[in-house]
Design a protein around this ligand. Structure first.
Ligand code: ASP
Ligand code: MG
Length: 401
């Protein structure tokens, strides 16, 4: 067999016309000699609309029922696309996640793929059919329909590629992965090849082109992933194992994460118990803390700052109100006019001076930052939202992104 997985997102299957257009591309792959598995998302903004209906139906709908509801979007796409292919004389079959053997586990609306019984898909491929699989969904041990988290069709596609041991092609609205979002920086250059590590870091740090977990699976099973335009025949970006032939710019990409809240807590009595209590409270409220910094003052206090998603602002404020009641002298402030700007590059592992260049760039251009965190291949800064564009332009032009 010569399998390949092609994935199309919601905007590529928005209406019948668009489905007819992608059907041509899919059939061409078949003509080129591939055994084609297609993964599709729900049509256009269907998933959002279904979630809106759930909101109208109930103030607190069960997650199981949400999964039952939002998984229907993909089922509409697979049946219509399969009909179109058959209408064109190309034998095709649509399969839900369950029918395609996708087994999941975990919390409803956030399931993970455990395994795929691939026999059925393979049998249809051997029969010469194009197999159209619903993205984003599976079945758990209890026999309930589950979903994989927003953007989860990417994960379905890459997991199928891992199981079939073949390349995965993700077709999108853009021509590939860019060093920086072209909407923020019109001169942005498309990247020809990028390593799993860099792509994963960029996706986690805010680049929206691919679902981060899908890259993780791709990395683990060494699945080559091509991200390319659904509309044009341009080369796209290949995500693969790092190799030295990849361009070694000191920075490969820049990501922005928009919805950030920065919390500063000053003059907290310096005892590790207090800090522990605060973070336990945050955890109990399922607040996902991102960056943290703490400094001790000579007179026995700590100054503490952290960031989290601004979607959790209400929950965070509740925790902070309690804290203020407990310690009279503590000074608390929050800021949601903040973005996190992150630069990513494998070269940071071996090259020094990336941080120095950025500090100099920010200093020379009056860009203040608050928290900074680093990983082996990235550096992140929180800066005021008002300075976002300026910072992006400076970094992108300094590092030729
Ligand atoms: N339809 C789902 C969503 O909107 C899955 C996907 O598009 O990947 O999140
Ligand atoms: Mg997507």
């Amino acid at each position: 067999m010569n399998p390949i997985v092609m994935k199309f997102g919601g905007s590529s299957v928005e209406n019948i016309e668009k489905m007819q257009a992608i059907a041509q591309r899919i059939q061409q792959k078949k003509t080129d000699g591939f055994d084609v598995v297609v993964v599709v998302s729900a049509m256009g903004k269907t998933t959002n609309q279904l979630l809106e209906l759930a909101r109208q139906a109930s103030t607190n709908p069960s997650k199981r029922e949400i999964d039952l509801l939002i998984s229907t979007g993909e089922q509409v796409s697979i049946s219509l696309l399969s009909m179109i292919l058959n209408e064109n004389g190309q034998s095709s079959i649509g399969l839900t996640g369950f029918q395609a053997g996708i087994k999941t586990s975990g919390l409803h609306t956030k399931n993970k793929i455990e395994d795929i019984d691939i026999e059925k898909v393979e049998k249809h491929l051997r029969d010469g059919k194009i197999v159209v699989v619903a993205g984003f969904q599976g079945l758990n041990q209890d026999g309930d329909i589950t979903t994989l988290g927003r953007g989860g069709s990417d994960t379905t596609a890459v997991a199928l590629g891992a199981k079939l041991n073949c390349r995965v092609e993700i077709y999108t609205d853009v021509e590939g992965i860019y060093g920086v979002d072209p909407r923020l920086y019109p001169n942005a250059k498309k990247i020809d090849m990028i390593s799993y590590e860099e792509m994963k870091e960029m996706a986690f740090l805010g680049a929206k082109v691919m679902e981060p977990r899908s890259i993780e699976i791709g990395h683990r099973f060494a699945v080559e992933i091509l991200v390319a335009s659904a509309h044009q025949n341009t080369p796209g970006t290949l995500i693969k194992e790092f190799d030295p032939s990849m361009e070694t710019k000191s920075i490969t990409g820049l990501s922005i994460s928009e919805r950030v809240i920065l919390v500063s807590i000053n003059h907290l009595p310096s005892q590790s118990r207090h800090t522990a209590d605060l973070f336990i409270k945050l955890a109990q409220n399922e607040i996902n803390v991102d960056m943290i910094s703490q400094t001790n003052t000579p007179d026995g206090f700590v100054n503490l700052a952290f960031t989290a998603s601004s979607e959790d602002t209400h929950l965070i404020n509740d925790v902070l109100t309690e804290l203020q009641k407990k310690y009279d002298d503590v000074i608390i402030s929050t800021d949601t006019n903040i973005v996190k700007v992150s630069v990513v590059g494998m070269a940071m592992r071996t090259q020094s001076g990336v941080a120095a260049t950025l500090f100099e760039l920010f200093a020379a251009n009056d860009i203040d930052y608050k928290l900074i965190t680093t990983s082996e291949i990235s550096i992140s800064y929180t800066i005021s939202s008002a300075l976002k564009e300026k910072a992006v332009h400076l970094i992108a032009s300094a590092f030729n992104l």
